[in-house]
Design a binder for this molecule. Structure first.
Ligand code: NDP
Length: 316
């Protein structure tokens, strides 16, 4: 199999890139993954994606993006990319000199590749977590804070800038927010810490960890350990803010450089990676914003960058 452009992923970045590339008649192939859909598949209501004033369910938004890509005559393969081989040489530049191997055992050759494999929010896999995920247990308070308007108590787990930011966002809507920090200090920057310490409805509990989430249809209680003592707390919600892991392990050996946390390095205000013809978009690049709309914007940029790159090499 071969193509001008292969797009790897099936979140907002990948589908937006596919829509743009399909519309530019680049006949892209999308390796959409065996599970597909990215983090929005684990989200319930999305209220901050423009164009849906009544909100839209995360899986529905992803299904719509996929359908839109299909309309652009994009070929979709529901397999994971497991390896990316790069053999860049000026002599071969007219040929497909990038090669992807899929979990189905296929090989796909390409002139250009867009990597949009996303990232997963780290969680602790606590008892009750899987059942209550999206039902009081979440991984993005910035996305969901509004749903907790008027609620009594929401917890945030983590001690970094994300935990501080999420707590600050929740504090606008919730009567009380408690941050559970496992150590006796917070890692968050002084500026962020000062900001939340000024908020009257935010408490920071050090040496505190969650142990179990309880509730039938929704989260009702959380078992925590504070200073070595177990405590059962009534809570309306709990958010993890213990970092993300970008899905970039499969790029090992490809020459595509990642930073110390695994995020793909791109050039300033461009989606170009350290390998010619390979572009990257969305949460596998972005440790900062991590929103569906920013990922979609990145996907658009990557498609335009890839299109320009292809035009340049095909003119040679
Ligand atoms: P970080 O890696 O900075 O922090 C993760 C936090 O989670 C740490 O406090 C860590 O604790 C805690 N943690 C990790 N594992 C566990 C566990 N098993 N149990 C309990 N706690 C755990 O991730 P962030 O997402 O906070 O930030 C990522 C990057 O994004 C950073 O560079 C940050 O500066 C940036 N950012 C900046 C923002 C801003 O400037 N407005 C907002 C949000 C993020 P410990 O400290 O004990 O290791």
């Amino acid at each position: 199999m071969n193509s001008n452009l292969v797009i790897v992923g099936s979140g907002p970045a990948a589908w937006t890139a596919a829509i743009y590339a399909g519309r530019a008649v680049l006949s892209p192939i999308v390796l959409a993954g065996e599970q597909g859909g990215g983090q929005l598949m684990l989200t319930t209501e999305v209220e901050n994606y423009p164009g849906f004033p009544e909100g839209i369910l995360g899986p529905e938004l992803m299904a719509g993006m996929r359908r839109q890509a299909e309309k652009m005559k994009v070929k979709i393969i529901d397999k994971d990319a497991v390896k990316l081989e790069t053999q860049i040489s000026n002599l071969k530049i007219q040929n497909q000199n990038l090669k992807l191997k899929t979990s189905g055992g296929d090989e796909v050759a390409a002139r250009a590749v867009i990597i949009a494999t996303g990232a997963t929010a780290n969680t602790l896999k606590l008892p009750g977590e899987e059942r209550l995920m999206g039902r009081g247990v979440g991984t993005c308070a910035v996305c969901d804070a509004l749903f907790y308007r008027g609620k009594d108590m929401v917890l945030v787990i983590g001690g970094g800038d994300s935990a501080a930011e999420e707590a600050g966002e929740l504090a606008k809507f919730v009567k009380k927010v408690i941050i559970l920090v496992r150590k006796d200090i917070m890692r968050a920057s002084a500026v962020m810490q000062n900001r939340i310490k000024r908020l009257q409805n935010v408490e920071i509990w050090y040496k505190s960890e969650a142990r179990e989430f309880l509730g039938d249809k929704r989260l009702e209680k959380i078992m925590i350990v504070k200073d070595g003592k177990e405590e059962m707390m009534v809570a309306d919600g709990v958010f993890y803010a213990i970092g993300h892991t970008p899905a970039t392990g499969w790029l090992k050996g490809s020459g595509v450089e990642v930073d110390e946390r695994g995020y793909i390095k791109t050039q300033h205000f461009s989606t170009a990676t350290t390998v010619e013809g390979i572009f990257a978009a969305g949460d596998c690049v972005d440790a900062r914003y991590k929103q569906a709309i920013t990922a979609a914007g990145f996907g658009c940029m990557a498609a335009l960058d890839a299109q320009r790159w292809l035009e340049t090499i095909l003119e040679k």
